[in-house]
Design a protein around this ligand. Sequence first.
Ligand code: AHR
Length: 327
Amino acid sequence: MKNNGLTQVVTAVSLALAVVAGTAHAQDLPKLEKKDRYKVGFSQMESNNPWRIAETQSFVDTAESCNWDLISTDAAGSAAKQVADVDSMIAQGIDVLFLPPREEKPLIPAVMKAKAAGIPTFLVDRSVDPAVAQAGRDYVAFLGSDFIDQGRRVAEWTLENFKGEQGVIVELEGTTGSSPANDRRKGFDDVMAQHDNMTIVASQSGDFARDLGRQVMETLLQAHPDVNIVYAHNDEMAIGAIQALTLAGRKPGEDVLVVSIDGTRDALQAIIDGKMGVTVESSPFFGPVACDVMERYIAGEEIEPWVQVQDRIFTAENAADHIDEAY
Ligand code: AHR
């Protein structure tokens, strides 16, 4: 508490410097010349869930129509491998890099190496620590959702639809140190902190994975058998939690409200089946967005630092209308 004043001053000064630095160096970003075809690098972080697979497929599907020779890698859940994958793509002479950084800090060296190699880089779906690397200075732009708003929207829907009096909440967090885990937690927790009848009794990482989500839920259920709301940072962990709750004799959708983010096919089906309340969309379909922003960059347009994706919300009212387009 003693350092609060100093922290605020340091933060304000850092932000001011950051803004100045971002403006001063925007013109130094590597340019992209007009060519018939482009060697495009897409560095995927892992392929252990439908969201990641849909995102990679979106780049593959976009490649031909956007004149890309796509080099796609899979870091299999390792930030170190993702940095090495980017090194390898730089060595192969990519013209442009699309990078979903697994975690906020460990992927900064990859961003800086691409910049040093003269390769324009776009961060896709996740971001890096803005205190160190910034859009308009170290990379061109971030293409993605507002993760804080996603968490906030889940919280607001929960407040409107929870039938009990006292909410006993378990939160299943995404990958520790990743931007969606940090931001989805902030968005949800800040809203819930304003409501005395809502208590988050446990918050633990399930690494955005179904099986880990199930295991973490099993453990947390033993410590908190009175849980009546589960907030998962993605649908895969929500489905894992539903499995754990069911095995423990609980009735997801009846005595436990399960809420989440993404919009996968399994989540929409769980909503239709009455086992899940809501999923706020987080679109994985970045291929067309990447193509559009790259063409604008080639044409010399100034790219906004955050190319924001708009997300829908899926509930019992509309899940059946959208399940056929889900992944
Ligand atoms: O960065 C987006 C998140 O990452 C998605 O919610 C999740 O399913 C994925 O692994």
